[in-house]
Design a protein around this ligand. Structure first.
Ligand SMILES: [Fe+2]
Length: 232
């Protein structure tokens, strides 16, 4: 466990904050659902396993984005700056493969073996989440200051735009579904307010209808609507 000082943002561009909030929320909710699941009820656990697969897929995608769009340019300016993170990413990829094997084992197991396989999956996922929470902490306390010291905010925003530009519309919506409910009301209004003026109207409408409205409380969606001037 690292105990690095948690740096203030000081108005700098934060590449990690919102996506990490989304990943933390989604992973912790899944962890709780895995703990309370009756794995011998195949019909009831099918949506849970599907949601877990989605998070593993988005997690793998997130690692690939960081490798290509953050680590490569950072390495070009600060040699060996991402060695530890790369090792952690390799460990995560291994964990994703092992977790997928465990999911498949449950799906293919006879009914009387599912509960113990479910317990194995639950415990393995808790370990992965623990490692990922520490990994994200390192990125936000060690890597972020390195980025601020070596890149301008315009360059960091360019990195984020390149990541977003690499996403299919479906994957963009999937990430938005994670992130939008996980952030504060003011962060949500700032993110989606920026999207409202810069993204194509149909893409913005899809984010509102498929990522924001179904995944926010009535109160949070009303707050967003009034801040962005959306039609009711
Ligand atoms: Fe990472």
């Amino acid at each position: 466990m690292t105990h690095a000082r948690i740096p203030d943002l000081n108005g700098r561009y934060d590449l990690y904050g919102l996506i990490h909030k989304g990943l933390r929320k989604a992973q912790c909710e899944l962890l709780a659902r895995l703990g309370s699941a009756d794995f011998d009820d195949a019909a009831a656990t099918a949506p849970l396993l599907a949601d877990l697969r989605t998070i593993l897929m988005l997690g793998a995608s997130h690692l690939a984005h960081e490798d290509r769009y953050i680590h490569q340019p950072l390495e070009a300016r600060v040699r060996a700056s991402t060695d530890r993170l790369e090792h952690q990413h390799d460990d995560h990829r291994l964990a994703f493969a092992e977790l997928e094997d465990m999911i498949r084992a449950i799906e293919e197991a006879p009914l009387d073996a599912r509960a113990s396989l479910g317990r194995r999956l639950y415990i393995a996922f808790t370990v992965f989440v623990g490692h990922d929470l520490e990994h994200m902490h390192e990125e936000e306390t060690v890597t972020a200051p390195q980025l601020w010291a070596n890149f301008t905010d315009a360059e960091l925003q360019g990195i984020e735009m390149a990541i977003i530009g690499s996403l299919t519309p479906e994957k963009n919506l999937a990430f938005m579904r994670l992130m939008i409910p996980a952030m504060s009301r003011s962060e949500r209004a700032a993110l989606l307010g920026g999207m409202k003026v810069s993204a194509p109207a149909d893409a913005f409408a899809a984010v509102i209808e498929f990522a924001a409205r179904p995944h926010l409380s009535r109160e949070d969606f009303c707050d967003l609507s009034s801040r962005l001037g959306l039609a009711a």
